[in-house]
Design a binder for this molecule. Structure first.
Ligand code: NAD
Length: 307
């Protein structure tokens, strides 16, 4: 198949592009390189340096005879979305809508949307949240991702554009940008490899559902299967506190680093985990335990030139 991976120069999109190439598909990448890096785009992929809101998208989808769109391009910073909600909505809502309209015109057979479990469900008292949990998006970013999901659902119902929404939990792994606001694993790895103390905001007892990027990739491979549509959580269902995570990484690093505790950030969720049971029924399940994923990620940061 001919697969367009938007955001294929980014952390998750580049791993997904690699996997689709390995599966024998032709891959086209569209990325505006706002946070992505050219060196992450696989050599065998055709690359277009453009924005998903640009009018070039129509020609790219037509000329490249795209069968499937794997939509990973997004404004992903919650803080930026708070500062500039219009910019966030333009990228995440208008950009997605443009892809959908072109998908319809050119008879694209499938759209896979990378969405977010953590942000969309908001604070959940009885973690893990399942897909039936009522959404409580509390940032412009979470609102724009949920809105994109609703557009996919509309195009599915009104125009039979086959689609699947993958709601990721906290994804970590090689290539994640350590200068971003999230990505605690990448930030910790980067600091530890530089001999700096890892910084934890608040008391560190806040929990997250950390999933290794290779497990997210296998969900994206599964998502090419036309036989299922709808919304699916892609997480482990396990809660890990930021303190636990940080101590594991300190131990992997072999350093004697103390955690540097800083005041909690406003709006930080206390608990976040998502239930992957629905996707497991279709034969997917996470293969990596947290320690193995963290070890691979730490080794990557030891050798990567990402400072
Ligand atoms: N990392 C996570 O834990 C996580 C969790 C939930 C959902 N997601 C979603 O997964 C997707 C990928 O996230 P990531 O962590 O790899 O982030 P990333 O920033 O590494 O990747 C996003 C990519 O999209 C590109 N991009 C951004 N806006 C664009 C635009 N308007 N036009 C073209 N390219 C654009 C960036 O340059 C970058 O290469 C996003 O949709 C994000 O919302 C990520």
């Amino acid at each position: 198949m001919n697969i367009l991976v938007t955001g294929g120069a980014g952390f998750i999109g580049s791993h997904v592009a690699d996997a689709y190439l390995t599966e024998g598909h032709k891959v086209v990448v569209v990325d505006n390189l706002s946070t992505g890096r050219m060196e992450l785009v696989p050599e065998q992929a055709t690359f277009y340096h453009t924005d998903i809101t640009s009018s070039d998208i129509r020609q790219i989808i037509g000329d490249e005879k795209i069968d499937v769109i794997s939509h990973h391009a997004a404004q992903t910073s919650i803080q930026e979305s708070v500062k500039n909600p219009e910019m966030d909505a333009n990228s995440n809502i208008i950009g997605t809508l443009q892809l959908l309209q072109n998908a319809l015109s050119f008879k694209v057979t499938r759209i896979v949307l990378a969405s977010t479990g953590g942000a969309i469900y908001g604070e959940v008292n009885s973690a893990p949240a399942n897909e039936a949990t009522f959404p409580d998006p509390i940032s412009p970013y979470a609102i724009s991702k949920l809105c994109a999901e609703y557009y996919l659902n509309y195009f599915l119902k009104a125009h039979r554009v086959s689609s699947v929404v993958l709601r990721y939990s906290n994804v970590f792994g090689p290539r994640q940008n350590p200068s971003g606001e999230a990505g605690v694993v990448a930030i910790h790895c980067n600091r530890l490899t530089q001999g700096k103390r890892p910084i934890v905001f608040g008391d560190g007892e806040q929990t997250r559902d950390f999933i290794y990027v290779k497990d997210v990739v296998s969900a994206n491979v599964k998502a090419l299967d036309q036989n299922f549509t709808g919304v699916f959580n892609v997480g482990t269902g396990q809660e890990t506190s930021v303190n636990q995570l940080t101590r594991t990484l300190i131990s992997i690093s072999g350093r004697e680093a103390e955690i540097n505790f800083q005041p909690a950030k406003t709006g930080d969720l206390k608990r976040s985990a998502i239930d992957p049971a629905k996707l497991k029924q279709l034969g997917w399940s996470p293969e990596y335990n947290l320690e193995d994923g963290l070890l691979e990620t730490y080794r990557y940061f030891e050798h990567a030139n990402v400072r």
